[in-house]
Design a protein around this ligand. Structure first.
Ligand code: HEC
Length: 142
């Protein structure tokens, strides 16, 4: 029987919460192709226009404000600081966007479900090198 997306999501949370105790020897990355595939597709449709098709950003210095004082979209591929934020904080930023805090990213909570947003995070975090992924996991557990 084909597992539903919700069941996969549930199993994923359990896996994330229980299996990652092996840090730092084992990264226990999420490798479910259905979740990763869904996340990549949603990213390409909704996020790539600003964050780049490989989540590499836009080629500008993401750390330097534009002439209007706003920040450019940062890379989400592990070269900027998305991994500083635990998964709950990333979910919140993506759900609410950054306009309420003076940024320019639209809110996604009316367009994408939590499950879909989570799958996007699973996809872009799959691009991160092991040491960054492990550090993110450590922060997720704090
Ligand atoms: C219209 C352009 C735009 C789109 C589309 C967009 N973003 Fe953003 N995003 C930004 C900008 C700009 C920032 C930097 C914060 C700010 O607005 O000042 C940002 C910040 C973020 C951050 C915080 C990164 C960090 O290092 O803290 C995350 C995570 C993120 N975006 C994820 C997404 C996801 C996932 C999508 C698609 C569902 C998406 N963004 C779509 C413009 C965009």
């Amino acid at each position: 029987m084909r597992k539903s997306m919700s069941l996969r999501f549930f199993l994923l949370i359990i896996t994330t919460l229980t299996l990652n105790t092996a840090y730092p020897a084992n990264t226990n990355r999420i490798t479910d192709p259905v979740i990763l595939g869904a996340g990549e597709k949603l990213f390409q449709t909704n996020c790539a226009v600003c964050h780049g098709i490989k989540a590499q950003g836009k080629g500008e210095d993401w750390n330097k404000p534009n002439t209007d004082g706003k920040s450019p979209p940062p890379p989400l591929n592990g070269t900027a600081h998305a991994w500083h934020h635990p998964v709950g904080a990333l979910m919140k930023t993506i759900r609410n966007g950054t306009m309420p805090i003076g940024g320019t990213m639209p809110a996604w909570k009316n367009t994408l479900s939590n499950e879909e947003i989570f799958s996007i995070i699973v996809w872009f975090s799959s691009l991160w090198p092991d040491e960054i992924y492990n550090e993110w996991m450590r922060r997720n557990k704090q």
